[in-house]
Every structure is written in structure tokens, then in C-alpha cells.
Design a protein around this ligand. Structure first.
Ligand code: COA
Length: 340
């Protein structure tokens, strides 16, 4: 069987429905413990990519049906050497060359777009976690990819958070943060904090452990913050955020955000960052506690929060552990360098 590969454009509802079906079939077969991704999210992501970037989807079709796909993220402003991809083949259509054809196509797209860093991720088992096939790893290693970064995905069932333990954690920590004010909101950032939020988010790629992934710092300005919010709104994402403000200077010194969605019991804990000059005041833990509190108060339909951290990120992992997050599996970023 030879699969034809074509680009799926935003608005191609039939192809995007099938793309979702392939992702869901792979999840059900290989990572059933992970949160399902609602079908609308694929259409939303193609239509509204992250600021200064493009999302591309290519489908491999056989007999008129989508049997495999590439989901590619291409930064367009900073990090234009970089690309990041999910590659999946429907479990019923494997070992027939579809994966190889898709990977060849990806490498061609990367060359055409002058990307030297090609990242393809796959899920791996962690100690004590459910079984994960190593097919993706063997496939990628056979094509010259090497491990660049391992991120452990953890989940927190909100009903396992003991309110007394949570209050105790808060009480024990708040004294260290006398110089700071925690500010929480849901939705758009108040105008007063937009620049400060951008400033701290500009530090993300300089501060989070990235292993051998070559992502360089990018500038998050007010426009970026607002575009990110427009995108979240267009996709039905609810942004639940807590920041810490340094009382003396008004600087935003910590930021944490959870993405929820109406009707979805799973939510995603995205970035948490504390400015290096303001570490040691328990701001990471306090901001997360405050944010989980507002999640529970305002979006009680969420039962589970997911988060991923580099396996080397001891500080964040320690906080997540205290909050009751438990490892499920790992997302391994494999890399191939296309530089001559
Ligand atoms: C990895 C994946 C994309 C391979 O798709 P595929 O269509 O089966 O790949 P191909 O038919 O082109 O196989 C290419 C080669 O990879 C290797 N390979 C693929 N599956 C394998 C398996 N189960 N065991 C051992 N080797 C395997 C073989 O060398 C194979 O060549 P062969 O069939 O001639 O022996 C598919 O298994 C998949 O979608 N896995 C889940 C998603 C995932 O892990 N993605 C990230 C990694 S790309």
C-alpha cells in the first residue's frame, strides 16, 4: 500500500475529524491513561496557532481515509531553526511504510523551511507507570534521531488534595512571601500586569531545563500576551492564572497558568516560573496553591490536572510532589540535526 500525503488546511472539517480519530485510536491503544484531546481542539489549533508560529497538519491517506499524520509546530519569529512534530500511524495500518513515508515528508518540510533542529516526540514508560510500547523509540533511533529531552507527565486528581494538608502547606509557606502579593484571575490579564507578565514569560526558554533541545529565549511582549489570549478564547480555553507581584517594585516575579475547557474534566497545568532574583520565597508553591484553589472554586467540573516537567527539573518536581501530582508516563523529545 502506498499512502498519499497531503496537507490538511484549516476548515477541512472531514479531514480534521479523521485526524482526531487517528490520534484517539493511538491514545486508546497505547496510552489509555492519558487525557483524551477533544476533537474541536485540532481545528482550533490549526485556525489559531500560538503567537508568531504556524501549525501544519499533513495526512497520509490510503483508500481515501486518513491512516497517519504529521502535526508540526514551526516558530516564525524567534527559533526559526526549530520544528517540533507529532507523528502517528493508526494501529491498524502499521508496518506498511506509512510511518517511513511521513517521516521522509517531515524531513523534506524541515529542509524546505530551513529548519535544522527536527524534534519528534514519543511517549515512554516511567518506573511504576503503565506499559508504553517502545515502537516509536526504535523507529526514530533507526532514522538517526537521538534523545534530547525527557519530560515526565504527572496527573493530580483534585479529590485527593487533602484540604487540611493544603491549608498547612499554605500557612507554612506564606510567611516567606511577605514582600509579595499574589494576584489571581481567570481570562484576560488586567492591563496593569500585561507588560510584567510578558517580561517574566520572556525568561521561560532561558530558565526551564531543555536538555539538548535548542530553543532560545523569545520576546513575549504585550502583543504576544494579547494574541495568546485571543487564541485561547477562540479555542474555548479558560486561562486560570496566578502571579506574584513584588510589593516594593511592582514587578511580576512569578507566574503560573492552568488551561481548562468547558465540559472537559481534564485541565493542563502549563508554565510555572519564578524570576531567578526572587527565588527562595516559596512563590512557586504559593502561586500554584492559589491557582488550584481558584480552579476548584470556579471550574468544579475539572477532576484532573496534568503537567509535564523535565526529569531534571528538581525544584518544580518537588513542588508538584508536595501538591500530590503523580507520574504517569514520559514524553521523550527525539532530535535530528539537519545542519550540514
Ligand atoms: C512509530 C510509528 C509511527 C511507525 O509507523 P509504521 O507505519 O508502522 O512505520 P513503518 O511501516 O514505516 O516502519 C518502518 C520501520 O520502523 C521499524 N518498526 C516499526 N514498528 C516496529 C515495531 N513494532 N517493532 C520493531 N520495529 C518497528 C521497523 O524497522 C520498520 O520497518 P519494517 O516494517 O520494514 O521492519 C507507529 O508505530 C506509531 O504511530 N506509533 C505511535 C506514535 C509514536 O510513537 N510516534 C512517535 C514516534 S514517530
Amino acid at each position: 500500500m502506498t499512502a498519499a500525503i497531503r496537507r490538511v488546511l484549516p476548515g477541512d472539517a472531514d479531514a480534521l475529524r479523521q485526524v482526531h480519530e487517528v490520534f484517539e485510536a493511538v491514545r486508546a491503544a497505547e496510552t489509555p491513561e492519558n487525557a483524551p484531546v477533544p476533537a474541536e481542539r485540532y481545528a482550533g489549533a490549526l485556525e489559531h496557532p500560538p503567537p508568531n508560529s504556524e501549525i501544519r497538519c499533513y495526512a497520509a491517506e490510503a483508500d481515501g481515509k486518513v491512516v497517519g499524520l504529521l502535526w508540526i509546530y514551526l516558530p516564525l519569529k524567534e527559533n526559526t531553526h526549530y520544528s517540533e512534530t507529532e507523528l502517528a500511524v493508526h494501529p491498524a495500518h502499521r508496518r506498511r511504510g506509512v510511518g517511513t513515508a511521513l517521516l521522509d515528508h517531515l524531513l523534506q518540510v524541515a529542509r524546505d523551511e530551513e529548519r535544522t533542529e527536527v524534534i519528534v516526540s514519543h511517549r515512554a514508560q516511567v518506573e511504576g507507570g503503565p506499559v508504553r510500547p517502545d515502537t516509536g523509540a526504535r523507529f526514530l533511533e533507526g532514522r538517526g534521531f537521538t534523545v534530547a529531552l525527557t519530560e515526565i507527565d504527572r496527573s493530580l486528581r483534585l479529590d485527593t488534595l487533602d484540604p487540611a494538608a493544603e491549608t498547612r502547606l499554605w500557612d507554612e509557606s506564606i510567611g516567606a512571601a511577605d514582600d509579595y502579593e499574589l494576584v489571581s484571575w481567570i481570562g484576560r490579564c488586567p492591563e496593569a500586569y500585561v507588560e510584567g507578565l510578558g517580561r517574566i514569560d520572556s525568561q521561560i526558554f532561558a530558565e526551564i531545563p531543555l536538555g539538548d533541545v535548542d530553543l532560545r529565549p523569545r520576546t513575549v511582549d504585550a502583543d504576544f500576551v494579547r494574541t495568546r489570549e485571543d487564541r485561547a478564547e477562540a479555542q474555548g480555553h479558560i486561562l486560570i492564572r496566578t502571579i506574584a507581584v513584588h510589593k516594593a517594585t511592582g514587578d511580576v516575579t512569578a507566574n503560573t497558568v492552568i488551561y481548562a475547557q468547558a465540559g472537559d474534566e481534564h485541565a493542563g497545568q502549563a508554565i510555572t516560573i519564578v524570576d531567578p532574583a526572587h527565588r527562595g520565597h516559596r512563590l512557586g508553591l504559593l502561586a500554584k496553591l492559589a491557582n488550584l484553589r481558584q480552579l476548584r472554586e470556579h471550574h468544579g467540573h475539572v477532576t484532573t490536572v496534568w503537567t509535564g516537567n523535565a526529569d531534571t527539573n528538581a525544584n518544580m518536581v518537588a513542588i508538584n510532589d508536595l501538591l500530590g501530582f503523580r507520574p504517569v508516563d514520559a514524553r521523550v523529545s527525539y532530535k535530528r540535526n539537519l545542519a550540514a
